[in-house]
Design a protein around this ligand. Structure first.
Ligand code: ZN
Length: 104
């Protein structure tokens, strides 16, 4: 523990959303398209920790018609400590939606 750093007690785990989260995530999150998945990485708009979400669903399988572009629900999946978090979960509890472009 260092005393000369600003002490910011860890954010408690709370499942919350805010319009601003989606706005910030739209700017800060970078989608990387793979064959069967989209990987979204950026900083959580609530806690500011790096978060990576992998979206894999049947919409990305080749035998299914391509999905419409649309809003996808995302949650913070950072690795940082957030007190009160249920066992087995990651992140700070923040969730938001991100507009995902369809394949042209
Ligand atoms: Zn977070």
């Amino acid at each position: 523990m260092r005393d000369d750093e600003p002490v910011s007690s860890p954010l408690p785990y709370v499942e919350v959303t805010d319009e601003a989260y989606a706005t910030q995530a739209a700017v800060g999150f970078r989608p990387q398209q793979f064959e069967f998945a989209v990987v979204l990485s950026g900083r959580c708009p609530r806690c500011g920790h790096p978060s990576t979400t992998t979206l894999v669903d049947e919409a990305y399988r080749k035998d299914v018609p391509p999905p419409d572009p649309g809003y996808r629900p995302l949650m913070c999946e950072c690795e940082a400590e957030h007190p009160g978090r249920p066992a087995g979960l990651r992140g700070c509890g923040a969730y938001w939606t991100l507009w995902l472009e369809g394949e042209a």
